[in-house]
Design a binder for this molecule. Sequence first.
Ligand code: SF4
Length: 314
Amino acid sequence: MSAQWIDDKLESSARVQNSMKIEREDHKLEKRLCREVGRAIVDFNMIEEGDKVMVCVSGGKDSYAMLDILLKLQKRAPIKFELIAVNLDQKQPGFPEHVLPEYLAKVGVPFHIENQDTYSIVTRVIPEGKTLCSLCSRLRRGILYRVAGELGCTKIALGHHRDDMLQTFFLNMFFAAKLKGMPPKLVSDDGKNIVIRPMAYVTEKDLTRWAQVQNFPIIPCTLCGSQENLQRKQVGNMLREWDKKHPGRLENMFAALQNIVPSHLMDSQRHDFKNIKTTGVADADGDKGFDAEEFKEPKLPGHAVIGITPMTSG
Ligand code: SF4
């Protein structure tokens, strides 16, 4: 038995152990993704018995992952619902039009490809050098709403995740002076469709890893040559930086979006400040206006909510 033979054996055993560890981690990730998507669906009653859900797939990692997880949940859900994957081929130059149909046929989901040359419209209308995304997505939205009606879909599922929702919240605050986020479920602006975001609780980090595990055939959105929105990019970087330096901060901010106290903000439309009256009744949960607020360290991991003191109903 040579030293080389022993080294080789040790190395191969380390390799096996490492690959088993990766497999275990990936299995845990799959369970977490299913659990978080299932939890969002239940919390917001996103999918009901008999629904036909139009799953919008763009060829990006998020929509591939959404379809993948919804297909897994469909098999074990206590209710019956249909899924149909829909892709809008916007005719960007170089769009590999065979990729999605091949993938969707392989996973065995019913699908529809809608061919609409919005690329020509957008490049004709928007002056050179300006970002195309805003008009492009407006056109896309209108087309997808129409297609949902034509296909008889009762829900439209979009692949936005937790970090998209946080980004939108900060973008609205920084650049539109609004406390407004991206809802997990809403009625579309044409009043005819219910839009759902089943990945509301899923982190982008998990989706990036899942896309690697599943080896999704990703199609970049930037084929059209448009630049990513600079403000969104900046806010995304800010959030990633916070996540690195202050573990738990993103979880707390996300939990805060579900834990709003309008009486402690300043919007008179949401709270009738002008007509506030004393009640004469002591309330342990009432506002202790003179005390300084105390904040506890967040508990990790999970969506822990830090202790926030004065709180009245609102
Ligand atoms: S990157 Fe291109 S295809 Fe994607 S939204 Fe912007 S304009 Fe549309």
